[in-house]
Design a protein around this ligand. Structure first.
Ligand code: OOG
Ligand code: MG
Length: 279
């Protein structure tokens, strides 16, 4: 900063001495890797220690590339909001990514593994907003901003080899986001009285066999807290949530690796079912 006041600098820097042009090149590399379903080395291996903020700057640039190709932003995802997820990938901090139209498949969609490096799937609770949740709201206040609550299946696909990454790497890779489906869902007003969003049974099955179970409490104690956390993260960066956005609150269980011809269902008490098939 001091330098900028005294002498003109050719290149602006992201947080850790990474130049903006390097950040742009890394965003392009990750975006291309996602389109080609090819893995790349971790940025923290090829470019040394990066700050989480560098990861978010690279994420922003890669999303801007998608938008320039005609994709549109439909919402946000939280990641690593449950202990099961944190432990699975060895990163212990909630993260956020951006959801775009091309990631959103109809419920019961069939996906092809050829579009992914090493796809995994996880059960989540999704919210569609009627109004922006704001930083500082309580979970109850956040619920008043929700128009519908859905069961979701998120397909994640790290663009890093062996699904191994550090915090700035996974953030730069838009938090491994790849695809998602959501079920029919329910309006909050239609939940049976006494239904508690902080303790709903979550069951994920593959080919009719239960593979993962959890309580919705696994997600930050209450998935509505994920919404509050996301609003706070965005407002710290000078942006906000908006009505009609879809928010994935984060996997309630560990993710499982997908294989050809799998039929995956997630069922959540009171919220219904979401399903996807692998070709
Ligand atoms: C990071 C993305 C995490 C979740 O729901 O926790 C995520 C990963 O596991 O690759 O989507
Ligand atoms: Mg997820």
């Amino acid at each position: 900063m001091t330098q900028a006041l005294t002498a003109p600098v050719k290149e602006t820097h992201l947080m850790s001495g990474l130049t903006e042009s390097t950040g742009d090149a890394l965003a392009a590399m990750l975006d291309d890797a996602a389109m080609r379903a090819e893995t790349v080395p971790m940025l923290t291996v090829t470019h040394g220690a990066l700050a989480v903020e560098d990861g978010y700057a690279i994420q922003r640039t890669s999303i801007a590339r998608r938008v320039r190709r005609g994709d549109t932003i439909v919402g946000h995802k939280l990641g690593l909001t449950s202990r099961a997820k944190m432990e699975q990938v060895g990163v212990h901090e909630p993260i956020r990514g951006v959801l775009t139209r091309t990631m959103w498949l109809p419920d019961e969609a069939t996906i092809s593994l050829s579009e992914f490096c090493h796809a995994r799937v996880e059960p989540e609770i999704a919210f569609v907003l009627a109004a922006p949740v704001r930083a500082g709201m309580t979970p109850q206040e956040a619920l008043a901003c929700v128009s519908r609550i859905h069961v979701a299946l998120e397909v994640i696909d790290s663009r890093y080899r062996d699904f191994v990454f550090t915090l700035p790497d996974v953030v730069a890779d838009n938090c491994s986001s790849a695809r998602f489906v959501i079920g029919d869902g329910i309006r909050p007003q239609a939940l049976p009285s006494g239904a508690r969003l902080d303790n709903l049974g979550v069951v994920m099955s593959v080919d009719g066999k239960v593979v993962e179970t959890a309580s919705s409490a696994a997600v930050l104690g209450n998935p509505l807290r994920a919404l509050c956390e996301l609003a706070a993260m965005l407002e710290r960066e000078g942006t906000q949530l908006a009505a009609d956005q879809v928010i994935l609150s984060g996997g309630a269980t560990a993710a499982i690796t997908l294989a050809s011809s799998n039929v995956v269902t997630a069922e959540i008490e009171h919220l219904g079912v979401a399903r996807l098939t692998v070709a």
